[in-house]
Every structure is written in structure tokens, then in C-alpha cells.
Design a protein around this ligand. Sequence first.
Ligand SMILES: [Zn+2]
Length: 112
Amino acid sequence: MAKKLPKDTKATPEIGELAMIEGILEGSPDAVGVAVIRLDCGCRKMAAVDQAGDPASKIIMYRDHAESICDQCKADNGDFFRIIKQFISWNTPEPDAYTKAMIIKKVLGQDE
Ligand SMILES: [Zn+2]
């Protein structure tokens, strides 16, 4: 059976994620937010997105309390099918609701 995409796009970043998000935003002046993708192995994938929903940074993969991502992620680069949660952490001031919905759909491929 095909695994369904997680529907919930509203989540609060964890402490470790927040530090990464801040770092990404600092290095990405055009970013309106950071897409956070949690994988079933515990690793994270993140990338800044701009006003048009386009990537505003490189995709960053990391694992909390570890020097590198896990072996599975090294092998499959954080496969789509292993996503357990994905959401966008918005920069302040947040874009308007219409823009946010457009970006979520474009970046995460799902309706809010
Ligand atoms: Zn991993």
C-alpha cells in the first residue's frame, strides 16, 4: 500500500531545528521561510524558500547530536517515501496567507 503524505503542515520546530533554521535564514537573504522535512530515521532535510516558492539555499541534511547523517540517508539521500513530517518555518514578518498557501503547495506539494 502506498504511504500517504503527511497532511499536517503546521508544526513547531524543535530546539535543534530552530538553530539550523536561524543559520539557514541568516545565509539566505531572500528567504521567507525554511522547509523542514523530518525523515523516519531521525535525520532532517532543510532548505530556504523565497517569495516565489523557489529554493533560496542549498538543501541541507543533518542529524541532531551526530556528526553526519545516517547510513540510510547517505544511500538514498533522504528518500521521499521516508518523510514523516514536513512543514515550513516562516521568517518574520510572515508572508500573507495566500502566498503561504502557494509556497506550501509548490514546495511541499500539498494543500494546507
Ligand atoms: Zn537518516
